[in-house]
Design a protein around this ligand. Structure first.
Ligand SMILES: [Ca+2]
Ligand SMILES: [Ca+2]
Length: 477
């Protein structure tokens, strides 16, 4: 009998590989940190030469950074719901912000979310701030609150006197202590100081650098406005894309690029975004320090992600809501036990892959019917062969396929774009339509989702002229 037991133990080790926590009886905790609307403007990603993110950088230095990670939807709610359910927007039909409550959506109401799956396997799940767009009580039954979300607001707008009260930027007369992100960090730090009986899945969702870009003066002072570098643009960039693409990526709530330029607000808004990132990085650092000082320091995986990127004038666009690199690329960093240090992965991956990755990492049984793939092979070997591209979707039949070298976009009207990142990192030159690239296009088109579920009820998009006929498209506004 003894020999048989040893055999079974050995088989278990072989199946579970390096992530055999169950066998060893010490499952890792998960500290799951979301930063809203953060593009690649961080030190270790290098998207802006003046970004100040010492805490993200130190995390990347002690962990694994995915250099080619992409969201599945370039909007907060559907991106997060896709990540947390493991289901593509094109499978669920949740392409746009509304409905906010996933349990009101037929295709998602019975979904077992990532934190729920961990709870089913012995974890406790708790969170504060913005992990889901709006918290799902079944996923995080211990929820610390949102502490006022995007507020507080000054008495008067500072820079942009139009539209949503959330679209504005400038030095705000608020102490850091008044900011919701400070309270999210405080709450998370408090949880890390408590004795816990079960392994935890702890969500910490920061709101900045989502607009409004209001943070205190000291964060702005770190970036003297007159020396702030602007993103590179090409005036004729929009000339080689379809009218459909221009209309799809028109955002009613975002500032128009010509307004920003003519009102001399470009450097100011870039400064405000950098200041907001610098501020939230400081809050992240407080949480990382608290974890390091806690009894969970050695047995906690840290995962930091953003829900999508952000345009600040690139391609003459502002905000998210496009299928281009600025909107789809996200920071994604892992650090903790059995994660290699000072390593980077160039393979294309998606936030959709986090669900199966964390399940495998924690040694839980594989969850069927997920649209992503576990990244554990890339954690074990950052150079491992990897055939899958990252897929981003913005409405039915509008998809971007990002491989290691190329971005291919196909829109619902059949128009296409192809960009070669080895020569054109700004995606200025659309190569689609040139016969010599037909093979590249065919290879990428093979990854287009075969299912394009109709929009779920109540999801007409209030920001898009294509999906909401009440929105008037004014390309020259
Ligand atoms: Ca967001
Ligand atoms: Ca172009």
């Amino acid at each position: 009998m003894l020999g048989r037991g040893v055999f079974v133990f050995a088989v278990c080790l072989a199946i579970l590989g390096n992530f055999d926590w169950v066998v060893r009886g010490a499952q890792p905790n998960i500290l799951f940190i979301a930063i809203d609307d953060l593009n690649d403007w961080t030190g270790s990603y290098g998207g802006h030469p003046q970004a100040k993110t010492p805490n993200l950088d130190r995390l990347a230095a002690r962990g694994l950074q995915f250099n080619n990670a992409h969201c599945q939807s370039p909007i907060c709610g559907p991106s997060r719901n896709s990540l947390l359910t493991g289901i593509f927007p094109s499978t669920s039909g949740l392409y746009f912000l509304k409905p906010l409550d996933i349990r009101s959506i037929d295709s998602l109401k019975a979904a077992v979310t990532l934190p729920q799956y961990f709870m089913k396997h012995g974890y406790e799940a708790l969170a504060a701030g913005k992990v889901f767009h709006l918290n799902d009580d079944a996923s995080f039954p211990q929820y610390g609150g949102d502490f006022g979300r995007l507020g507080p607001y000054p008495e008067k707008r500072i820079s942009y006197h139009k539209g949503s009260k959330n679209v504005d930027w400038g030095v705000a007369p608020f102490e850091d202590e008044a900011m919701p992100d400070t309270k999210v960090a405080d709450w998370t730090i408090d949880q890390l100081g408590k004795k816990r009986e079960k392994p935890f899945f702890l969500g910490c969702g920061f709101f900045r650098p989502h607009v409004p870009w209001y943070v205190g003066k000291k964060w702005f002072d770190a970036f003297p406005r007159e020396s702030v570098a602007l993103p590179e643009t090409l005036d004729s960039d929009g000339d080689d894309i379809s009218g459909y693409a221009r209309k799809l990526t028109f955002s009613a709530s975002a500032p128009r690029h010509h307004w920003v330029v003519e009102n001399d607000e470009w450097q100011h808004s870039v400064q405000a975004y950098l200041a907001s990132i610098h501020f939230v990085d400081h809050q992240l650092g407080r949480v990382l320090d608290a974890l390091e000082a806690s009894e969970y320091a050695e047995n906690t995986l840290i995962v930091v992600w953003s829900d999508h990127g952000y345009h600040l004038g690139e391609k003459q666009r502002w905000a998210k809501r496009s299928l281009w690199e600025e909107s789809t690329k996200v920071p994604l960093i892992f650090a903790g036990p059995r994660i290699p240090q000072e390593q980077e992965v160039d393979r294309p991956v998606g936030l959709i892959d986090l669900y199966p990755t964390l399940v495998e990492y924690a040694g839980l049984p594989a969850k069927p019917h997920l649209d992503g793939a576990s990244l554990v092979p890339l954690i074990e070997n950052p150079m491992a062969a990897w055939s899958r591209p990252a897929v981003t979707t913005f409405g039915p039949h509008n998809h971007a396929i990002r491989s290691e070298r190329w971005r291919y976009i196909r829109y619902a009207d059949g128009s296409e774009e192809l960009y070669d990142h080895s020569k054109d990192p700004h995606e200025w030159i659309n190569l689609a339509g040139k016969a010599r690239f037909n093979g590249i296009i065919d290879a990428h088109a093979a990854w287009l989702p075969q299912v394009n579920a109709p929009l779920v009820a109540g999801s007409a998009d209030s920001d898009s002229p294509i999906y909401d006929p009440k929105v008037v498209y004014q390309p020259n506004e």
